[in-house]
Design a protein around this ligand. Structure first.
Ligand code: ADP
Length: 502
């Protein structure tokens, strides 16, 4: 197991990228951290050091924000670019990413641990797609003309129109579960709207964002439009969030850190968008296509090692089919091939870090100590790396931490329900509201449920379907704002009313 056993097949670009020290990108130039410090990123399949990366902190963030501000000045090359030119540049960026699919998929598998097959089929193509989708929007950011009739100015005539203008310098802080895709979700709308960016990747997985920075330069974005500062959350992330010259923060990560970000952003009242945690209910009715529902519910939780904010982690199964469905999902869980991401036969990789491994195992212990039992899995897998067995917990009750809190690992709780009213009550009994799943052949029940569940995305007879055109974001404590779709543009635009007396 581990990189060593499959190293002969590693993409040469990715293999050589990890041997170089990762640096900071400011003004299209790569540099060390001002402090000279570096940090290590680890191979989650072995726990061994994978690469060393410059550890940006406040001094580097200051420099990056100054570069982004300069690039946003009224007569900068970026501001003078036409919308069409901007769109074509983003499209070129997408083309470069697509041409390097294999290298990015490999870096993602090495740094995050996810199966290479998944990164190749999902992470990279979805990242390319959001860039292309948003490239198309660059030329379609329009305002309105508005007929006004001012009561205190009888007889006067006015011409009123609105402009939708970029917010300015944007700080973007992203997590480690989909390192490349989250960078693309953030960069694409910011660039389409004409903002400039300081991006901070997660300290666990900085590599694909740094490689993406090379493509920013290769594509020909003007200096300072995209700056990338790897570093830790409490230092680089906190400096970016509190920076008085940053106009907006876009954050994806835990709800706990989301709340810290909100406080830190208050200093200069930056705009904030947040994509946070989840504990999504996935509901299987007795009239569902059971085979499809079982497969769908298993992949809803086990995809990406369960490290998805929208993972279907609370499974509700109608009483009459409870035992069958639990048995089916447990069989699926036991069949999943767990192994290093670079092994082509791997279906589920390790968790991203030792911290996550301990966190997930801590939740399992808490569940067992409160009386839950495992119908499948239930413990760490192997003696090397950060693997956890795909786990199905039963005999839970609604008060248990494993039912209420986000585990962010391959652990699903299965609970029986009696009818729509019962399952809507249980499904909504949570602080989060990111996603929900419904499995039934009864279309009116499905759409009734879709209305009743408090979630930003509801999947019916499917799960984890994403598209650049479909908005994604949270109800309740799962976030503020919607990423993807044209809604995402609004996160990076502000509206100006222009009123002329004729
Ligand atoms: P997790 O707990 O799953 O690692 P986090 O929410 O801590 O997720 O991390 C998501 C991103 O937020 C990472 O890029 C991390 O560095 C950053 N981060 C963590 N703490 C802070 C903070 N106090 N201020 C700004 N960014 C932070």
């Amino acid at each position: 197991m581990g990189v060593a056993t499959v190293s002969a097949n590693i993409h040469p670009g990715a293999a050589s990228f990890v041997t170089k020290k990762g640096k900071i990108l400011i003004n299209n130039k790569w540099s060390d951290a001002a402090s000279g410090k570096t940090f290590a990123t680890y191979d989650p399949a072995t726990g061994e050091v994978l690469a060393h990366v410059a550890e940006g902190d406040k001094a580097d963030i200051d420099r990056a924000v100054a570069a982004a501000r300069k690039a946003f000045e009224p007569n900068s090359p970026w501001r003078k670019m036409t919308a069409s030119e901007r769109g074509r540049l983003i499209w070129k960026f997408a083309d470069l990413l697509e041409q390097n699919t294999e290298e990015f998929a490999t870096l993602e598998a090495m740094d995050n641990g996810k199966p290479l097959t998944v990164a190749r089929a999902a992470d990279v193509p979805l990242a390319v797609d959001i860039l292309r989708y948003m490239a198309g929007w660059a030329t379609k950011i329009e305002g309105n003309t508005i007929p006004i009739s001012v009561p205190y100015a009888p007889g006067a005539k006015f011409f009123v129109y609105t402009r939708r203008e970029p917010i300015g310098v944007v700080g973007q802080i992203i997590p480690w579960n989909f390192p490349l895709l989250m960078a693309a979700w953030k960069l694409a709308p910011a660039l389409a709207t004409g903002c400039t960016v300081v991006l901070k990747p997660a300290e666990q997985t900085p590599l694909s964002a740094l490689r993406l920075g090379e493509l920013v330069v290769e594509a020909g974005f003007p200096e300072g439009v995209v700056n990338i500062v790897p570093g830790f959350g409490e230092t680089a992330g906190a400096a970016l969030t509190a920076h008085p010259d940053v106009d907006k923060i876009a954050f994806t990560g835990s709800t706990e850190v989301g709340k810290l970000i909100l406080h830190a952003a208050a200093g200069n009242l930056k705009k904030v968008s947040l994509e946070l945690g989840g504990k999504s209910p996935n509901v299987i009715f007795s009239d569902a296509d059971q085979k499809g529902a079982i497969q769908g519910a298993a992949s809803a939780i086990f995809f990406n090692q369960g490290q998805c904010c929208c993972a279907g982690s609370r499974l509700y199964i109608e009483k009459s089919i409870f035992d069958n469905v639990v048995e089916g999902i447990s069989d699926q869980a036991k069949k999943i091939k767990v192994g290093p991401g670079l092994d082509p036969s791997t279906q589920m990789g390790p968790l991203v870090s030792e911290e996550q491994l301990n966190r997930v195992c801590g939740y399992l212990e808490s569940g067992f100590s409160e009386g839950a039992t495992a119908a499948a899995g239930g413990k760490k897998h192997g003696d090397k790396g950060y693997f956890v067995e795909p786990t199905v917990l039963v005999n839970t009750n609604p008060k248990m931490k494993v039912v209420q809190e986000e585990i962010f690992g391959p652990v699903v709780t299965a609970t029986p329900f009696t009818d729509v009213e019962d399952v809507v009550k249980q499904g909504n009994d949570n602080i989060y509201g990111l996603a929900a799943g419904i499995w039934t052949k009864d279309i009116s029940k499905a759409h009734r449920m879709a209305e009743l569940l408090g979630a930003g995305t509801v999947w019916i007879n499917c799960y984890n379907i994403f598209d650049a055109a479909m908005p994604f974001g949270g109800y309740k404590q799962s976030g503020w704002g919607r990423e993807m779709g044209h809604d995402a543009l609004d996160l990076y635009l502000q509206k100006k009313s222009v009123c002329t007396m004729l």
